[in-house]
Design a protein around this ligand. Structure first.
Ligand SMILES: [Zn+2]
Ligand SMILES: [Zn+2]
Length: 574
């Protein structure tokens, strides 16, 4: 914690180095709210022969925290970018700025240097474009500004939208019926949305000087398309309300969309955008975006997943993690299939822990995801996949991708066979975990018209011998069993930890994303390798595949295929 005597040493050094001219201490006040003592000193720097006053504030955590620098007053150099209304200078453009905590005076010198550069750029208009990229920040600091949530999709066409008012305050604007918030208590009013689409950008007004009605009309009409102008003509014919809201948007130079609004009160005679109108108050509206386009991830690529349907069969430890990972990756339409309930014994291995209200895994997951993630549609099937298939309630071709995380080879081989004989089956990913954290796997099949499938992994190289099924991808040597009795009554579990499940889920989810993006054109088996210490201590033997490096495993990801595979092998017309 920075103490007063330490601050005095720093301040003395700042004076000796003449970092600020006429430097003097301003305050050592304690801000009770967050219990931070703030040490502030003031001084001058010269910007193009103009002396401007800067305040430098250090909190208790300095030099772990950066100094806050304020320009006093904020418009000493006119209205320039990166200065907040209280004069705070946004001199750190990148969050990862590394400062040497053993050199506090150096940190202050660096901060002042950056501030000076920023002020010079502001004065010469060199960084004027930055106003546009951070438009909403400046708009949000205007006097009397009111904050609303925005659910409108910000298209490039003008449209009528709805403003939701609770008691005497507008709380949201929307163009859809999706009920994220409880609007039952709200009254709805019509409003309009106008995208500004012109080549000349609209710059934010200065904090203490909002646009006049005249200027607002100017901004809107000189940046409106023919379509918007026609739209406004139609609006002009409608009966005017006492309060009118106009929401505007513009594309920023860096390609984002900024959105902002204006509330007109005491409106008479005509819509406020019309010449004939009289208006009492003009209030800027700052909007916090909650719309689908803004919130939903893009799945790491340009291709959107909006219409992709994914089924996840098996929502145990690995599947539980996959369900959450794949939603975060951008999949919006997910079907979960699992008949099991959450077991107290698995509390720390399942992503849902234990849940008394929703004992069924799929229902607990659906509830959890839908509460946290808006715009997501989860279908939960609490039956086994065998039962759903037998009752014709599951159709492979309803999906763009199927992920199987059952950990039951018999059922998985059955699904593998079914998908290869069913017309229009999508690609399938099988994923499973090794015991004792030695690794995990994800196999893709039925993708891109290529061969390679789960059956290939189980085909014996020496078919004449009658052997029990063995998975050739396994990191454990043939003929060992790992199920361990947890309780006397014999509920079986294979020893693994939640971390192993999570890592396997990430492997499978990354593979799923590359399939949905059309980046993976063949059928690889991907594996991750963990440490073998616990496995060996329990007296088990590793397979020769485990001795390969991760690099070798990756390079040989397609070489598991068996040309004689009865499921995926090349079919001849005999
Ligand atoms: Zn900034
Ligand atoms: Zn095969």
């Amino acid at each position: 914690m920075l103490q007063l005597n330490e601050f005095k040493v720093i301040f003395k050094r700042v004076c000796e180095l003449n970092l600020l001219s006429y430097a003097r201490c301003v305050s050592f006040k304690s801000i009770s709210e967050n219990r931070l003592s703030i040490y502030t000193f003031e001084g001058y720097i010269s910007i193009e022969s103009q002396q401007v006053s800067l305040w430098v504030s250090l909190d208790n955590f300095f030099p772990l925290s950066l100094p806050n620098i304020f320009l006093k007053p904020f418009d000493a150099l006119g209205f320039i970018p990166h200065i907040a209304k209280n004069g705070w200078v946004c001199y750190v453009q990148n969050e990862g700025l590394l400062s040497d905590r053993n050199n506090p005076v150096g940190i202050i010198r660096d901060a002042l240097f950056r501030t000076k550069q920023l002020l010079l750029d502001g004065l010469s208009h060199k960084n004027r474009q930055d106003f546009l990229d951070e438009f909403e920040f400046y708009w949000g600091q205007l006097g009397n500004v009111q904050s609303l949530e925005s659910f409108i999709s910000l298209g490039n066409k003008p449209q009528r939208i709805i403003a939701k008012k609770f008691k005497d305050k507008y709380i949201a604007i929307t163009d859809c019926d999706i009920d994220i918030h409880n609007y039952e208590q709200c009254t709805s009013y019509s409003a309009i949305y106008l995208p500004l689409n012109s080549n000349k950008f609209v710059f934010p007004p200065s904090f203490n000087q909002f646009w006049t009605l005249e200027e607002i009309r100017n901004v809107i009409f000189s940046n409106s398309s023919t379509e918007s102008k026609q739209f406004l003509k139609d609006i002009a014919r409608k009966k005017v309300k006492n309060e009118e809201i106009v929401i505007l948007s513009q594309i920023t130079p860096n390609g984002n969309t900024s959105v902002f609004g204006i509330l007109f009160t005491g409106v008479e005679l005509a819509h406020p955008l019309m010449e004939a109108a009289k208006v009492k108050n003009i209030i800027p509206l700052s909007l916090s975006r909650r719309d689908k386009n803004y919130l939903l991830p893009r799945g790491g690529s340009q291709i959107e997943f909006n219409n992709k349907r994914v089924a996840l069969i098996g929502c145990g430890s690995v599947g539980g993690f996959i369900s959450q990972d794949i939603i975060r990756a951008g999949v919006q339409n997910l079907t979960l299939i699992d008949k099991d309930i959450l077991e107290p014994a698995n509390t720390f291995r399942h992503v849902m822990g234990f849940n008394h209200s929703y004992p069924k895994k799929v229902l607990a997951l659906k509830k959890e995801i839908e509460i946290k993630m808006p715009y997501i549609s989860i279908t939960a099937q609490d039956k086994s996949i065998e039962e759903l298939i037998a009752n014709k309630k599951f159709h492979f071709n309803d999906f763009d991708l199927i992920i199987v995380a059952l950990g039951v080879p018999t059922i998985e081989l059955y699904l593998n066979q079914l998908c290869h004989i069913t017309k229009d089956s999508p690609p399938i990913i099988f994923t499973w975990l090794e015991p004792y954290g030695i690794g995990g796997h994800a196999l893709l099949t039925n993708n891109g018209g290529c061969n390679g499938c789960l059956e290939c992994l189980y085909l014996s190289d020496t078919p004449e011998q009658e052997e029990t099924l063995f998975n050739k991808a396994s990191f454990a040597e043939k003929g060992q069993t790992f199920a361990k009795t947890l309780t006397a009554c014999g509920s079986l579990f294979t020893p693994y930890s939640a971390l192993d499940s999570a890592q396997t889920a990430i492997l499978a989810t990354r593979l799923a994303i590359s399939v949905l993006n059309n980046e993976e054109r063949d059928n690889p088996i991907l594996s991750w390798k963990g440490l073998s210490k616990n496995f060996l201590q329990a007296n088990f033997k590793l397979s020769s595949r485990y001795s390969q490096t991760e690099n070798e495993l990756f390079e040989k990801r397609y070489s598991y295929k068996n040309d004689n595979c009865p499921i995926c092998g090349v079919k001849t017309d005999d």
